[in-house]
Design a protein around this ligand. Structure first.
Ligand code: C2E
Ligand code: MG
Ligand code: MG
Length: 739
């Protein structure tokens, strides 16, 4: 038994030693295998490239070469070529063989090389843009990578008609193709299978027929060692089967080896990206808008808190200040007044009727104000029972309306409730002056109004008091005149009066001046000096003048029909001298419409108009005279008469204002000047009429100097149209030498 055991032990030990020996033999056999260092360009996926997972050089060329080397008893080690070209690599000691070669070439140092048998046939194909088909290769312009210059050389030899341009990168090749610099690109189809996976090259297609095949060989310098390697390698290559080659090529060309870079992702997902970006932008915009709206709302709430009085819902003093500034800025043409209002017996009301009753009154007053103010007006509660109002200056009617609609209901607030207490309101009024519009200071204007209110309160009365009554008068006048004008025209409150003009020698009435009279419904008869300057300032004078001219023409037409061919002078305001009004054309249309002759209208233009726009005045005068109207220079001598004007404005008649004689200064000197003016005007070939002749001595003096046409109270005062009509053509009784 023991003997058996020993035998078993010995057998096992022997087996172990034998196994070790066998293993050692195997290992030493593997260690004996010669290492073959093969240099390849590792940037040609899928032929040679570095596998990301294993970090080893793999590819079709590597796998075929590995089989060949192993068949030849080598242990192949693949390394990336460090040299720029295969020619340089041949001269390096770092590699036993270098790949890939089509045929043997000499090294950079000029040494001869030898190459192996072909490892695999590589198909080369054309790539074009998708819409293109290549039918023939003659005269084809082809683009290739510069690193493929060896292949390019072979192609040139095989297809002499083809022109080849080389480019550094594939992107440059594709650019040349898209830019029609070349018709097609050429590369080996294994590489195409990789390159065309790039999304931005999806518009390219492989031309189906492979053009030609290139051999794929290993090479080394022609040395004894080189020859020995090649000999062994060739034997190894000879043992590779076609099935092995096809399997390797299929394996690599069917893999998705192409790795997307950022630009590929951008290209591939550009639509999604765009939509995403748009979405993002709209989201941001939406968020910003919401944020803005929220902050605006907050601001508005704060503003409301500051600008609104919570008790009456009217503006606070702060809001009022802003609103007044805004209104004065936007409506500099509106005449405003500002009032400071105070309930005189408010303390009594609070004490006797209770605070709540006092608050009710304030709310009521505020409501009444808000109901009755227009868009261009505003009001506020300053504090307690003090109110401020910015109101446009109203005409008489509207003031009464306010009294009815606001003041009276507030005064009678408690009486109407049967509580018997009359509310006493004290109002101080300040009328805004033109300077207040220039430099807006709401607090200052309100201070003035408050001063007036205090003055009134100290007298122990209620009602209202003006800080500046003169301004008020003027403001009210403006409101009364301008506010009423359209109605006045419609209601015939405006009338044409005529002041006859006479020939002092013959006593004959030679014409008349049309003068405006206004029978105002509230203010009674108004003289032109009370409304003409106001209308001129308000820009409304043209409306009045048009009305006057029309009325005059109507009268002239009637008189014509009665057989009296009369001539009337009409006034033209200096404000009517505006290009766009085309005054000459308007007068022409008027005489046409009323069937008059142009000599029946004399147009009086006041002397002061010359100073404002001489060129336009001259143009207008010339035009009026071309139409046949006579033009007169009104008020000559009353303003700052200029010799220039006499020289430049071609008028027919000068109207000499006798105010010149009665005004300040030595009357004798005045007479001397008039004598010479008469002479001067006559020498210039113009007619002359003296206006404002008030007595016989003035008339005789003028006549003695040669001025015989006159107008003035001495002869006739302005009279209504019917009076003038009745006057007929009978001579003036003031004629010293009647015919
Ligand atoms: P004017 O054109 O110089 O008219 C003459 C003014 O002198 C008239 O005043 C007339 O009543 C006044 N008058 C006439 N004779 C005498 C006199 O002997 N002594 C005195 N002291 N005055 C006399 P009236 O009607 O008050 O007109 C004043 C001015 O108003 C006119 O001066 C004219 O410039 C303007 N005016 C009158 N009507 C119109 C009109 O329809 N349109 C325009 N644009 N202006 C008018
Ligand atoms: Mg006049
Ligand atoms: Mg005059």
């Amino acid at each position: 038994m023991l003997k058996n055991k020993r035998l078993i032990k010995l057998t096992v030990s022997l087996f172990a030693v034998l196994s070790c020996l066998l293993m050692m033999l195997t290992v030493s056999g593997e260690e004996d295998k010669e290492v073959l260092v093969i240099g390849v360009p590792a940037d040609r996926t899928p032929v040679f490239y570095v596998d990301e997972a294993s970090d080893e050089i793999v590819g079709i060329g590597v796998d075929v070469m590995r089989i060949a080397a192993k068949n030849a008893g080598y242990e192949p080690v693949f390394v990336d070529l460090q040299e720029a070209t295969l020619k340089d690599a041949l001269d390096s000691d770092a590699y036993d063989v270098v790949m890939p070669f089509g045929s043997a070439i000499s090294s950079t140092e000029g040494k001869q090389s030898i190459v192996s048998e072909s490892l695999i046939e590589t198909p080369f194909t054309f790539v074009t843009e998708k819409n293109r088909n290549l039918s023939q290769f003659r005269n084809l312009k082809v683009g290739m990578l510069r690193s493929q210059s060896g292949v390019a050389e072979t192609v040139r030899q095989r297809y002499p008609g083809i022109t080849i341009s080389t480019y550094e990168t594939m992107d440059e090749c594709v650019k040349a193709l898209r830019g029609k610099k070349v018709d097609a690109l050429l590369h080996n189809s294994y590489v195409w299978s990789y390159i065309l996976q790039k999304p931005s090259y999806s518009d390219l297609k492989i031309q189906p027929a492979a053009v030609f095949s290139m051999e794929f060989r290993a090479g080394t310098l022609d040395t004894p060692k080189g020859q020995e390697i090649m000999e062994r390698l060739n034997q190894g290559i000879g043992k590779i089967t076609d099935t092995q080659r096809q399997a390797i090529a299929l394996d690599y060309t069917s893999r998705r080896l192409y790795r997307y870079d950022l630009s590929d992702y951008l290209y591939q997902y550009k639509l999604v990206l765009l939509v995403f970006l748009l979405l993002l932008v709209s989201l941001i915009a939406f968020a910003m808008r919401r944020q803005k709206a929220a902050s605006r709302k907050r601001e508005e709430q704060i503003r409301q808190l500051v600008d609104i009085d919570p008790l009456t819902n009217m503006l606070s003093m702060n809001g009022f200040r802003k609103r007044v500034e805004e209104l004065l800025h936007t409506h500099p043409d509106i005449q405003y007044l500002i009032t400071y209002n105070n309930v005189r017996n408010f303390k009594f009301i609070n004490d006797s009727l209770g605070r709540e009753a006092g608050d009710d009154l304030l709310r009521f007053w505020g409501r009444k104000l808000l109901e009755n103010l227009s868009e261009e007006e505003t009001a506020c509660r300053i504090t307690a029972d003090h109110f401020a109002i910015l109101r446009r200056i109203q005409d008489e009617e509207k003031i009464k309306q306010d009294e009815r609609n606001i003041i009276e209901p507030v005064r009678n607030f408690f009486i109407d409730q049967g509580k018997g207490t009359r509310v006493q309101i004290c109002t101080g009024i300040y009328v805004l002056t033109p300077e207040d519009y220039q430099k807006i200071d709401v607090d200052k204007t309100l201070d003035f109004a408050r001063l007036a209110e205090q003055r009134l309160r100290n007298t122990r009365k209620d009602g209202y008091e003006f800080y500046n009554p003169e301004e008020w008068k003027r403001g009210k006048q403006v409101a009364d005149v301008c506010g009423r004008l359209p109605v006045a025209i419609r209601e015939k409150e405006l009338q044409v009066w005529y002041q006859p003009q006479v020939n002092y020698e013959t006593g004959e009435i030679i014409g008349a001046e049309a003068l405006c009279r206004w029978n105002h419904d509230k203010l009674g008869w108004l003289r032109p000096s009370e409304f003409i300057p106001i209308l001129e300032e308000a820009g409304l004078i043209y409306d009045l003048d048009c009305y006057m001219w029309n009325q005059v023409c109507q009268d002239l037409q009637r008189w014509n029909q009665q057989g009296q061919h009369r001539t009337v002078s009409v006034n033209l305001s200096r404000c009517d001298i505006r290009e766009e009004l085309n005054i000459p054309g308007q007068f022409f249309d008027l005489i046409k419409a009323y069937d008059l002759t142009p000599d029946q209208l004399r147009i009086e233009i006041t002397e002061s108009a010359f100073a404002e726009n001489p060129e336009l005045l001259i143009r207008m005068t010339v035009k009026l005279r071309e139409f046949g109207f006579q033009v007169e220079m009104d008020d000559f001598g009353s303003g700052y008469s200029s010799l220039h004007m006499l020289k430049e404005v071609p008028v027919d008649r000068i109207k000499l204002d006798l105010d010149f004689l009665s005004g300040a200064g030595d009357p004798e000197r005045g007479r001397i000047i008039i004598s010479h003016v008469v002479q001067l005007v006559q020498s210039l070939g113009m007619n002359l009429i003296a206006e404002g002749v008030e007595n016989v001595s003035q008339a005789n003096f003028l006549k003695s100097r040669g001025c015989i046409e006159m107008q003035g109270f001495y002869f006739y005062k302005p009279m209504s149209s019917s009076e003038f009509e009745e006057l007929g053509e009978k001579p003036s009784s003031k004629n010293p030498e009647p015919k």
